[in-house]
Design a protein around this ligand. Structure first.
Ligand code: ATP
Length: 307
């Protein structure tokens, strides 16, 4: 009797394909401390992360045992990624696949598809989002159901922003950005961020040109932080990419509640209170060509697994 199978018992079958939409990130504050030798020269950070609702979609599909992995990229703005065809093993999502396969003792016989909408090398954490999306999707595909804390440990070995990208929303990051304390949506800290305007409609001012994160840190080491700027990298990013500074000034003049360089730039984020203010910022940016394109997003945003 113990082994009897109920006639209607649904047998659990792991999925053959899983898709996850993962948002970009920005840093509402980014306080940069000293570089630390034990972190490979990375700087100590204290930051408030925020998920921003422009999403990459990561789809993982099981393949024949022994067939290895494959990677497909789709999107209109692939930056330097399109040319990495022969070098796809360096894609952050592929690194995440290898790291999780190793940690759980599986073969990486998976096809990875990335539909890219997050601008590349733009200070929006697109590579980290894709890695986090791959971890979330594979956790489901391989029926692991690991706690986020365990996925975060793997993510932290791959990059500073990846542990945050697993959950999105608001969170504080310390260490080199990888130590995450969640800021729940209904907490006093989250309410305070919202009341300062860091929520709702976020306009992303994006650029065709990229900024390399190491180059921005090198400029920061020379120039330091700007007066009163919550993003300590903003001054260095604007020194390397003056149009980001123009876009910030124009957004503020047009009524944005907050406008700042996202992470290491060059993208700019302008939070606006309503559609009217959004139209005013759009008009200013379009007239002056201070940005190359505008992406509208909601914040804070979190990953969503498609079932
Ligand atoms: P960082 O996370 O270093 O601050 P970023 O947010 O400014 O960077 P990303 O879009 O993550 O920018 O890209 C940084 C670099 O990472 C790119 O130039 C690219 O060569 C590499 N990279 C590897 N995999 C990916 C990926 N899946 N998406 C985007 N970039 C990737």
């Amino acid at each position: 009797a113990a082994s009897a199978v109920k006639p209607n018992a649904a047998r659990h079958v792991p999925p053959l394909t899983v898709s996850v939409d993962v948002p970009a990130k920005t840093n509402l504050t980014l306080h940069v401390g000293a570089p630390r030798a034990e972190w490979g020269g990375r700087h100590e950070l204290d930051t408030i992360y925020c998920g921003v609702g422009v999403y990459d979609t990561i789809t993982v599909t099981s393949k024949e045992p022994g067939s290895g992995f494959s990677l497909d990229l789709a999107g209109e703005h692939l930056g330097d990624l399109a040319s990495t065809g022969s070098d796809m093993r360096r894609n952050h999502a592929v690194l995440a696949l290898f790291a999780l396969a190793e940690a759980c003792g599986r073969e990486p016989d998976v096809s990875l598809n990335i539909e890219k909408r997050i601008p590349v090398a733009a200070g929006l954490g697109g590579g980290s989002a894709d890695a986090a999306g791959a971890l979330l999707a594979l956790d489901e595909l391989w029926d692991l159901h690991w706690p986020i804390a365990r996925l975060r440990e793997i993510a932290a070995t791959l990059g500073a922003d990846m542990p945050f990208c697993l959950t999105g929303g608001y969170a504080r990051g310390t260490g080199f950005g990888e130590r995450i304390e969640d800021i729940p949506a209904d907490s006093p800290a989250a309410r305070q961020l919202k009341s300062r305007g860091f929520a709702g409609l976020a306009m992303i001012g994006a650029y065709a040109d990229a900024l390399s994160t190491p180059a921005v840190y090198a400029a920061f080491d020379r120039l330091g932080a700007g007066d009163g700027e919550e993003n300590h990298l903003q001054h260095a990013a604007i020194a390397l990419h003056p149009r980001s500074g123009d876009a910030i000034r124009e957004a503020v003049a047009a009524g944005a509640r907050q406008a700042f360089v996202s992470g290491s730039g060059p993208s700019v984020i302008a939070f606006v209170a309503d559609e009217q203010a959004a139209a005013d910022v759009r008009r200013a940016w379009t007239a002056s060509h201070a940005v190359d394109r505008i992406i509208m997003a909601q914040a804070p945003a979190a990953p969503r697994i498609r079932r």
